[in-house]
Design a protein around this ligand. Structure first.
Ligand code: CA
Length: 230
């Protein structure tokens, strides 16, 4: 099964050599990488791929990087996606303009790939902690995404790989109601056909595992919609 939880990074860059360098390095970091050569393609990819992060070149033909940044950040459905802007211009005024458009970080070309990758990881640790080796806690549940272990009240729990991915998704945003379709995307991956009833089966298994040593059921069923943690 595809590692559905690996973060997806969208690279928007019109120069193919630059694109290749970014693809190679992001791929080596274990991310799923999708690419766009211009603004129109970028906006299409944002809608279709729902990336977890965007590396966005400032200088693009037609729709500029700044404009893409503005559009992504002014849309409720996409504003949470972190954007790292790349620019060839280092003037302070550009930096400020970049940040005013809502970009989360800003890197001046020529940049160090090591530095850029570190900034990508920083953004993703904030927004997708379960995919970046972070420890997540909710109530008395602790999930160690690096060691792939889950504890409740300090006692280890046995979870299958699907239940583990399901729990990490829920623990990244406690209180958020996930539809079955959203859980399918996150946990199974969009390229795989899975019956939505399968989700209910795995949620059932997850609940059982979480209550191995007692405790209340932390997973809430939202009728007609899906599930949330708490
Ligand atoms: Ca460019």
């Amino acid at each position: 099964m595809a590692p559905a939880q690996q973060p997806c990074v969208l690279v928007v860059e019109d120069e193919s050599a630059q694109r290749e360098v970014l693809f190679y390095n992001l791929d080596a970091e274990g991310f799923r990488v999708v690419m766009a050569e211009n603004g129109d393609e970028a906006l299409l990819m944002v809608a279709e791929e729902k990336p977890d992060l965007i590396v966005l070149d400032w200088m693009l033909p037609n729709v500029s990087g700044i404009e893409i940044c503005r559009r992504v950040k002014s849309n409720n459905a996409t504003r949470h996606i972190p954007i790292i802007m790349l620019s060839a211009r280092s003037e302070e005024v550009d930096r400020v303009r970049g940040l005013e458009t809502g970009a989360d970080d800003y890197v001046v070309k020529p940049y160090s790939v090591v530095e850029l990758m570190a900034r990508v990881r920083t953004q993703l640790r904030r927004t997708r902690p379960a995919t970046m080796g972070e420890r997540l806690t909710y109530d008395d549940i602790m999930l160690d995404s690096e060691e792939h272990r889950v504890f409740r009240g300090g006692k280890p729990l046995k979870l299958g790989p699907t239940e583990f991915r399901l729990l990490s998704t829920l623990m990244e945003k406690p209180g958020r109601v996930w539809t079955r379709d959203q859980l399918l995307d996150r946990v199974w991956g969009r390229d795989i056909y899975v019956d939505t009833r399968t989700i209910d089966v795995h949620v059932g298994r997850l609940r059982k595992a979480l209550m191995t040593h007692g405790g209340l059921d932390p997973v809430r069923t939202v009728r007609g919609t899906g599930y949330s943690l708490g």
